[in-house]
Ligand binder design. Structure first.
Ligand code: KIV
Length: 267
């Protein structure tokens, strides 16, 4: 196995100018494939609400569901850093609850860090979680748990004032002690400025090429989920097409009696 990816390694990668790669994973098989392929960070994102559970938003996902998916993804992880996503209402109510819930991702599910959304308003929460030894990844810009405030999944920080607010958020996340921050759905120039100003790595999704790393939802980039396709998603495969074709061939062979053949039968 190549060297285990740790939080200090991720921070060092920015300093060394090495791009950081991250993808979501929600179970053992996917985590294992991505880890074997050499991904640096596996994020058990609350995006599982959409791509695994078929819900319209990430908001209904529960803590027990997130812990379950983190636990089963952890079994497939050997090298990558495993980050558990703190779901809606698991960290916003008060700092004591946030600490306890963050801790459960590590003690019960095998995560090595947690991610939470928010900037200035979350700085004290980030600090409190980091202070009890739990690495935190921040997430600013288009934060999906706030979609109703934004009025939908819209690019954030397009005008000067909104951009300055996101810069303040990213700086607050860094000052809170986070080891990295996700920049989602913001213009390229703004992502560049934040990446230059922060000493911790920025990991972009819909934030352009100048971030220190990139993350995508694995079902999107593999072409497994086609309900909608944001502009920033590049399809690296058409697994839905491959799966559909395989299942159709299976159905046809069962119907016409050509499966199972001699090779797949016992005597
Ligand atoms: O929930 C998630 O998967 C995420 C990433 C897309 C950043 O937050």
């Amino acid at each position: 196995m190549a060297q285990k990816v740790t939080v200090p390694e991720i921070i060092k990668m920015k300093r060394a100018g090495h791009k950081i790669t991250a993808l979501t994973a929600y179970d053992y098989s996917f985590a294992r494939i991505l880890d074997d392929a050499g991904i640096d960070i596996l994020l058990v994102g609350d995006s599982l609400g959409s791509v695994v559970q078929g819900q319209a938003t990430t908001l209904p996902v529960t803590l027990e569901e997130m812990l379950y998916h983190t636990r089963i993804a952890a079994r497939g992880r050997a090298r990558a850093l495993l980050v558990g996503d703190m779901l809606f209402l698991s960290y916003q109510v008060n700092i004591e609850e946030a600490k306890r819930n963050a801790g459960r991702f590590l003690s019960e599910a095998g995560a090595e860090a947690v991610k939470l959304e928010g900037g200035v308003e979350m700085q004290a929460t980030i600090r409190a979680i980091v202070d009890i030894g739990i690495p935190v990844m921040g997430h600013v810009g288009l934060t999906p748990q706030s979609l109703h405030r934004f009025g939908g999944y819209k690019v954030q920080g397009k005008d000067k004032k909104a951009g300055e607010r996101i810069v303040r958020d990213a700086l607050a996340v860094e000052e809170g002690g986070a080891f990295a921050v996700i920049l989602e759905g913001i213009p390229v120039d703004l992502a560049r400025e934040i990446t230059r100003r922060l000493t911790i790595p920025t990991i972009g999704i819909g934030a352009g090429v100048e971030c220190d790393g990139q993350v995508l939802v694995v079902h999107d980039m593999l072409g497994l989920f086609d309900m909608y396709q944001p502009k920033f998603v590049k399809r690296y495969a058409d697994l839905k097409g491959i799966m559909t074709d395989a299942v159709k061939r299976y159905i046809a062979e069962v119907k016409d009696g050509s499966f199972p053949d001699e090779e797949h039968s016992f005597h």
